[in-house]
Every structure is written in structure tokens, then in C-alpha cells.
Design a protein around this ligand. Structure first.
Ligand code: DLZ
Length: 180
């Protein structure tokens, strides 16, 4: 009983070897607030390169605004050409009369694109109260939502590969690389 309890309570942490090598990514960028979304796109590309992606392994697509992100992400996901899709946009409450509609639909649509396609679609859309907040999230490395979203994409594709291997492995070789 004690052993069973110990097993149940044991936290299983999956080691994530964050390599983007061998995977392909689509980056879908909203052109609305382009001065900021271009920084997100640069941050995403930086994160992918840093984790081993070659410039040929990711492709960037542009849409007019964040409202168009979901459909373009779904389309990219459905091509079968990409292991993950990274959606990037900036919606600023103070500057956007219909903030709730644009931000809300972008968020739920991006989730739907992911669930429908079975491909990870990352939410790299800044929803900020004002320009200052938005700018602060388009900085360097972890202060850049594009960089962060791309890292999450790399994490998800590695996780999916690990899950796929687990499904096809036989009982003897079945593994999940749990931390001891
Ligand atoms: C129309 C609009 C507005 C007011 N604000 C933003 C915004 O802050 N961020 C953004 O990405 N897009 C905005 N858009 C454009 C819409 O997303 C969409 O492109 C248009 O309504 C056309 O469908």
C-alpha cells in the first residue's frame, strides 16, 4: 500500500530535449501593429535558430490582422508540411475599439485550429492594455512573446515525438524518460 501511494504521488517530469532540428515550423504573423509584430517574428526565428532549426526549416506567412490568424494557422497546419505553427499578433485594448472581439476570437480560433488539426498551434498574440505593455513584451529573449511561443512550439513537437515513440514501442522498450 505504501509503495502504491508512493507511486501515485510521484511526480513524473518529462525531460525535454529542446532541439528543433529535424522539425518544420510555420510562423504566421499579423501585420496589424507591424512595428511590434515584426519584433515577435524576429524573436520566434531567433528561438528556432538557437534550438537548432535551419533557416530552411521554417516559413513565415503574413495575414492582415490577428482576426485572420486562426484560419491561416489552420490552413498551414492542414498542409502537412509543418510540425507546429506559431501565431503572432498584437492587440492593444487602448488602441482597439473591438478589443474583446479581435483578441477573443484570435485566442479561441487559434485553439480551435490546433484542436481541429492535431498540430500544436502556439498562441503568440500579445493582448495588452496599452502600447507600453505591448512594447515590453516585444523585447529580447524571454521578454519577447514570439521567442517564448517558438520555444513552446519546440517543446510541443519534442513531446509529441516522445508520445509517438511510446505508442509504437513494445512493452520491453516502452519508456518515458522520467526523471529518476
Ligand atoms: C480592425 C483591427 C483593430 C481595430 N485592431 C487590431 C489590433 O489591435 N490588432 C490586430 O492584430 N488587428 C486589429 N484589427 C484588424 C483585425 O484583426 C482584422 O484584420 C480586420 O478586422 C479585418 O478582418
Amino acid at each position: 500500500m505504501a509503495v502504491e501511494k508512493e507511486r501515485l504521488l510521484k511526480t513524473e517530469v518529462h525531460r525535454r530535449d529542446l532541439s528543433a532540428a529535424g522539425f518544420r515550423f510555420a510562423i504566421v504573423v499579423s501585420r496589424w501593429n507591424e512595428a511590434l509584430t515584426s519584433r515577435l517574428a524576429a524573436g520566434a526565428a531567433e528561438a528556432l535558430r538557437e534550438t537548432g532549426a535551419s533557416d530552411l526549416s521554417f516559413e513565415t506567412f503574413y495575414v492582415p490582422g490577428s482576426f485572420e490568424l486562426p484560419l491561416a494557422c489552420l490552413k498551414a497546419a492542414q498542409t502537412g508540411d509543418f510540425d507546429a505553427v506559431i501565431a503572432l499578433g498584437v492587440v492593444i485594448r487602448g488602441e482597439t475599439p473591438h478589443f474583446e472581439y479581435v483578441a477573443g476570437q484570435a485566442a479561441s480560433g487559434i485553439l480551435q485550429a490546433s484542436m481541429t488539426s492535431g498540430i500544436p498551434v502556439m498562441f503568440g498574440v500579445i493582448t495588452a492594455e496599452n502600447l507600453e505593455q505591448a512594447e515590453a513584451r516585444t523585447g529580447q529573449k524571454v521578454d519577447n512573446k514570439g521567442y517564448e511561443a517558438a520555444h513552446s512550439a519546440v517543446e510541443m513537437v519534442n513531446l509529441f515525438r516522445e508520445m509517438d515513440r511510446r505508442q509504437t514501442a513494445d512493452e520491453d522498450t516502452k519508456f518515458f524518460p522520467h526523471v529518476a
